[in-house]
Ligand binder design. Structure first.
Ligand SMILES: N[C@@H](CCC(=O)N[C@@H](CS)C(=O)NCC(=O)O)C(=O)O
Length: 216
């Protein structure tokens, strides 16, 4: 049985849950950020980071690698391992996310979602003003790419969509100024039609985040 150390507070864990649920893979979820589970998580990932996946002898961290692994296991072309050209296309967007998009959206997510969730201060809107140009720069790249497309790569849902949407899906509550980029807005909202993405956690888990995750 796959064991997933995750947390309803983690937008990275959400991607992994999406693949597991979307593909109907059986797994046991353990809240890795709960103090009572720290010892167990530390035994497999000394950095106490979620998501961390354990499948038999395999211990895997980094959400994009975990998504790819699970797609291979489920035989899903959301990670198109049998089509090298498509695989490279998905890889391009995974890389673009990690180098450009994720750093551009993260400050907004931190100020407006992480801070209130963990009660660590008020959102610093003044600091975010200085981050807007960077967000606009990369949102324009994505918006241009999405013109005439429904998904980021391969004309269908792939793990690239969820890699990019991880924090961006909270764009309204995170006050990310992406309204000028309608293709980005409609793409990120369209992903909510995938039930495993829209409703990633059971009702008892972190109700406030669950609400944010599914409400748009
Ligand atoms: N690049 C990693 C990021 C994972 C990450 O940042 N996880 C956070 C939660 S969202 C974490 O576990 N932080 C450790 C902590 O909060 O103690 C991935 O994609 O999986």
């Amino acid at each position: 049985m796959i064991k997933l150390y995750d947390s309803a507070f983690s937008p990275f864990a959400r991607k992994v849950r999406m693949v597991l649920d979307h593909k109907g893979l059986a797994y046991e979820a353990v809240d890795g950020l709960l103090r009572s589970n720290h010892q167990a998580l530390k035994a497999v990932n000394g950095r106490l980071e979620v998501p961390t996946l354990v499948d038999g002898d395999l211990i895997l961290w980094e959400s994009s690698a975990i998504m790819a692994y699970l797609c291979n296991k489920a035989g899903s072309d959301m990670w198109p391992v049998h089509n090298p050209a498509e695989q490279v296309e998905v890889l391009r967007w995974l890389s673009w996310n990690d180098c450009h998009w994720s750093p551009a959206v993260a400050p907004f997510y931190f100020e407006h979602v992480v801070k209130p969730t963990f009660k660590i201060g008020q959102p610093d809107r003044a600091a975010l003003k200085g981050k807007t140009d960077d967000l606009f720069r990369w949102a324009k790249v994505l918006d241009d790419h999405l013109a005439g497309r429904s998904y980021v790569a391969c004309d269908r849902l792939t793990i690239a969509d969820f890699q990019l949407a991880s924090m961006a899906s909270y764009w309204r509550e995170a006050e990310m100024p992406i309204e000028p980029f309608p293709n980005v807005v409609s793409w990120v909202d369209r992903l909510m039609h995938t039930p495993a993405w829209a409703d990633p956690w059971p009702a008892e888990a972190a109700p406030q985040l669950r609400e944010k995750a599914s409400g748009y």
